[in-house]
Design a protein around this ligand. Structure first.
Ligand code: GLU
Length: 457
């Protein structure tokens, strides 16, 4: 195992935002790519928002995406505890260190970090009063994604509030030090904090980790940052809508990381093999729901049929499409036929219902359209006896039969196709017709055609 130690340090808010998920993913990919350690640390000092339920949303989301952590809640580790709320004694120890070495002092009930250099007073236009500043050289951040960034930390700053609670900057840095974090990979919104963090590392005599700030995810129209209210912003949404986690992982990896060739569809293992920090874009990316759907379709298509069956069966059962009596082979052949066509698992129950249920209704719009060209009932009547006699009820046999019937009766082959589809499925569209008929099988096809002929439509 390498010495690389990275962490995902969310503050549970009750939501698992796509931006956070991407931060988690990049840390995880980096750890797995380098043979390092991935740590989940919970920044739960804002007690009002931190409930068990908020934590559960996060942990469930991470597990669903397959982002397993080597240290953290549930799994423990040698740097425990992994909850900030349980690390108070460690923070006190580090605050004491700063007091002891003269870098922290108390003023107005709060504890401040002293920035080294000549302090002087200057009038602040915004605050409309005199403020104390420090003459300093800028701090250089050699960001692994952004490149060189300079920041001036030219004012002492609070590290413990007057109510005794240590501020984010302090606890974040102390945790990273005590957990031996080597790379801090986090959202760009934290870049403005990094100067202060480096100042704290220096005050504690510790070499700072490598920083890598990931650019924002913008809304589809490019106007502003994706917020939790935007459609597609929450991982929970993909979980409940039946997206494949591998597709979500694939899409969010490419929302910021550039594989530098035309490859788009990746499994998690392929991402691990190729991911690296220099490949992360330094400019923001835009969220695109259609692109997410594209990846979902691609991943659905590539899934071995047994896995697909296993993933979708609970949804089909929940929707009342299949039950314990459903034949497993029949289910698999239906899925094999439809696999190419489905976009999301959410759409699947409606898409395949007619394979399992006879109570579908005939789509009247399609019927009206077909009636304008020929008499649907007549076409079905012509085919029915021939289908009963057809030797082998497979795609080639059906194709030939419809072809010959059309020819001998002076119709077109495509006078039959949509009519047959409507009679056996009730719909104007769907999976490939010959495959559909072969999958339904002779018995169902014939029964449905008989019913269609006598139906009052
Ligand atoms: N708790 C911070 C957040 O959720 C993480 C800060 C960091 O990664 O350093 O944004």
């Amino acid at each position: 195992m390498s010495n690389i130690r990275v962490r995902f340090a969310p503050s549970p808010t009750g939501f698992f935002h796509i931006g956070s998920a991407r931060t988690a993913l990049f840390n995880w990919l980096y750890a797995r790519h380098t043979g390092g350690t991935f740590i989940l640390r919970i920044e739960d000092t804002d007690t009002a928002r931190n409930t068990d339920e908020s934590l559960k949303v996060l942990v469930d989301g991470m597990r669903w995406l397959g982002l397993d952590w080597d240290e953290g809640p549930d799994v423990g580790g040698e740097y425990s505890p992994y909850f900030q709320s349980q690390r108070g004694a460690i923070y006190q120890e580090y605050i004491q260190k700063l007091r002891d070495n003269g870098r922290a002092y108390e003023k107005d009930g709060a504890v401040w970090l002293r920035v080294l250099g000549e302090h002087y007073m200057v009038y602040d236009e915004h605050k409309k009063c005199e403020v104390e500043k420090v003459k300093v050289e800028p701090i250089v951040i050699d960001d692994a994604i952004r490149g060189r960034v300079e920041q001036k930390v030219d004012q002492d700053f609070v590290i413990v509030r007057s109510d005794g609670s240590p501020v984010f900057h302090l606890v974040n840095v102390v945790d990273d030090i005590t957990m031996a974090i080597s790379h801090v990979i986090r959202g760009e919104d934290h870049l403005p904090n990094t100067g202060k963090h480096i100042e704290l590392y220096r005050a504690l005599g510790v070499v700072p980790p490598v920083f890598a700030h990931i650019p924002l995810i913008l809304k589809t129209d490019g106007k502003g940052k994706m917020s939790k209210r935007d459609k597609g912003a929450l991982i929970e949404e993909y979980q409940t809508r039946g997206y494949l986690p591998s597709a979500v992982v694939n899409y969010i990896a490419l929302l910021g990381w550039n594989p530098k060739d035309a490859t788009e569809v990746f499994t998690a293992d392929e991402l691990i093999a190729r991911f690296d920090l220099p490949g992360v874009n330094s400019s923001a990316s835009r969220f695109d729901e259609q692109k997410m759907d594209f990846f979902n379709t691609e991943h659905l298509r590539r899934m071995p049929i047994e896995n697909l069956t296993w993933v979708v069966a609970p949804r089909l059962a929940e929707a009342g499409v299949i039950d314990d009596e459903t034949d497993e082979d029949y289910l698999q052949s239906v899925l094999r036929l439809c696999q190419e066509k489905i976009r999301t698992i959410e759409d699947l129950p409606e898409f395949v219902r007619f394979f399992f249920k006879d109570d579908f209704v005939i789509d009247t719009k399609t019927l009206e359209k077909l009636r304008k060209k020929s008499d649907p009932r007549e076409r079905v009547k012509e085919l029915l006896p021939l289908l009963e006699m057809l030797g082998v009820f497979n795609e080639a046999g059906l194709d030939e039969l419809i072809d010959k019937t059309a020819e001998s009766l002076g119709h077109k082959k495509f006078d039959y196709f949509p009519v047959v589809r409507l009679a056996v499925s009730g719909q104007g569209g769907g999976p490939d017709l010959l495959g559909l008929l072969a999958t339904l099988g002779r018995k169902r096809v014939i029964e449905r055609m008989q019913k269609f002929i006598v139906m009052e439509i």
